[in-house]
Design a protein around this ligand. Structure first.
Ligand code: SIN
Length: 530
């Protein structure tokens, strides 16, 4: 058993920001299931929304966030995160993060995205997340108080309840699979922080990297923490449509710079759905594209930015331009084929603005968590902001709730027992189940839902869940099996929460109840095992 003052699970902006601050107070382990840079943050293109210009104000950013969130944002949380944004940006700049600046004024060059009433997106060309991740990792590498445990897969949280202790419920640490040694280690800490990102891989089509399998939500659920609003899965309207490259995002910033959505016939269609046209909030644009595709039978729509002067796209969006060009699409000369794809989990482990969950000793920060910032639909580029701001607040909260030297009673934790198990020899079943979950979630629980489809999905997930549990108990654990176990759990939570909400709001749209019902549903959905 290894003991740390803080254990952070996940190595994106939330996890690294937390770890760097917590390391001033004690020893930190960062547990990450692949290489340290394998996370959603590193893939983020658009940027970080923050009020940085004289023409903008906190009030406007709050208002835009509340409008996108369709009545379910927590206004106090929104205001706190928005108003603490500039300080978080300053901290990132101090760590060496280089945001693009206007060459003449040296002020930040601010981009535009859907749902924003002002230019407020700080960016580093179109690889903002990679820039942030790289600088944070450089700082972590220089810090002797932080151990980064790569290829360590967090299996489950260890709690007093799980161990059958009579003392009040709290988190005590976690069991972690050391993938390279194929053995399970026990990590002990009174302060565990989940920063595991979202669950895009639960869907067949997603902009998320392979690691986004909802591990944090599934673990927190099994440990008895409350989970909220999982029905609100954001579908990004513009994922590249290409047979070889399935998860490549075409940033919303492309529309912010004038890109327009057109059909197979080259004609614009968004004016038929919303007066903000191609820059309407994502739920509206994704639903409109879904409808266009269904009505016309075309496999995709197109994003056209060819009207910009030569060299503009290449300079402002080099990553997108070059990736498309390698696939034979010259975005300066031809429209880019796009489809909507699962992008962001707006619900998650229920927390307050400091990341505190309903389970003492457990905090959650970033996409894994539901603070109330996003409500029923996240405003573009608010998520990196949330990760940075809440990570700082969480360190303060942890130190106030559990100051060093005042830890609760110390328990020695039992080692992991795996019983009489054999290696998984039926990997094919795991892959089959994985595909089945992702396809059924896409077909039955994506942009447009119905009660009947949700019921079908629930029935299939019950069977899959039984099968996966059997594997889990009878075979040696592998990361593939653990991811599958988490995926089926998270899919079930999405379906449960979606089935509860008998109205349409934000990202949850059901044909059975196409209207918003403020009388009955101006509230979160909550799932809890205890
Ligand atoms: C994008 O670049 O379109 C993604 C930004 C975000 O999801 O916040």
């Amino acid at each position: 058993m290894k003991t740390y003052d803080f254990i952070v699970v996940g190595s994106g902006i939330a996890g690294l920001s937390f770890a760097l601050r917590a390391a001033e107070k004690g020893r930190v382990a960062i547990v990450t299931k692949k290489d340290r840079e394998d996370c959603n943050t590193a893939q983020a293109q658009g940027g970080i929304a923050c009020v940085e210009s004289d023409e903008d104000s906190f009030d406007l950013h709050v208002e835009d966030t509340l409008i996108a969130g369709a009545g379910l944002c927590r206004e106090d949380v929104v205001r706190t995160i928005v108003s603490e944004g500039p300080e978080a940006i300053e901290d990132l700049v101090k760590l060496g993060v280089s945001f693009d600046r206007d060459p003449e004024s040296d002020q930040f060059s601010l981009g535009m995205e859907g749902g924003h009433s002002k230019r407020r997106i700080l960016h580093s060309k179109d690889t903002t997340g990679l820039e942030v991740e790289t600088r944070l990792l450089e700082a972590v590498a220089k810090n002797d108080n932080i151990d980064v445990l790569e290829h360590h897969f967090a299996i489950d949280l260890i709690t007093t309840r799980r161990l059958g202790f009579a003392s009040p419920p709290r988190c005590l640490g976690l069991y972690v699979l050391d993938e390279k040694k194929s053995e399970v280690v026990t990590l002990r800490s009174d302060r565990v922080i989940l920063c595991t990102g979202g669950c895009g891989r639960v869907y067949l089509y997603t902009t998320n990297p392979k690691v986004a399998t909802g591990d944090g939500v599934a673990m927190a659920w099994r440990a008895g923490a409350k989970i909220s609003n999982m029905e609100f899965i954001q579908f990004h309207p513009t994922c590249l449509y290409h047979p070889e490259v399935k998860s490549f995002l075409i940033s919303e910033a492309v529309r912010g710079e004038g890109g327009v959505l057109v059909g197979q016939d080259g004609k614009e269609f968004m004016h038929r759905y919303d007066e903000r046209k191609s820059l309407a909030p994502r739920d509206i644009v994704a639903r409109a594209i879904d409808r266009e595709i269904k009505v016309t039978g075309a496999p995709c729509v197109f994003l056209d930015i060819t009207h910009q002067p030569k060299g503009f796209v290449k300079d402002r969006f080099p990553h997108i331009y070059n990736t498309c060009l390698e696939l034979g699409i010259d975005a300066e000369k031809q429209p880019i084929p796009v489809v909507p794809a699962a992008h962001y989990q707006c619900g998650g482990v229920q927390v307050d603005v400091n990341g505190l969950t309903s389970l003492p000793g457990l905090w959650a920060v970033g996409e894994v968590a539901c603070t109330g910032l996003h409500g029923a639909n996240r405003l573009a580029s608010n998520s990196l902001l949330e990760g940075a701001v809440v990570a700082t607040r969480a360190v303060q909260d942890v130190m106030e709730k559990l100051p060093p030297g005042q830890e609760p009673e110390f328990f020695d934790l039992p080692e992991w027992t795996s019983g009489n198990v054999t290696d998984v020899d039926e990997l094919v079943v795991i892959y089959h189940n994985w595909d089945e979950i992702r396809r059924l979630m896409w077909d039955y629980v994506s942009i447009v839902r119905t009660g009947k489809r949700l019921q079908r999905a629930a029935t299939r997930l019950q069977n899959l869940s039984r099968e996966v549990q059997e594997f889990y108990w009878n075979f040696k654990v592998t990361s593939e099996l653990l991811e599958l176990r988490n995926l089926v759990q998270v899919a079930t939570l999405i379906v449960d929460n979606a089935a509860q909400r008998s109205e349409s709001r934000g990202l949850h749209y059901t044909l059975d109840h196409p209207d918003r019902d403020d009388k009955n549903w101006l509230r979160d959905t909550v799932s809890s095992r205890v």
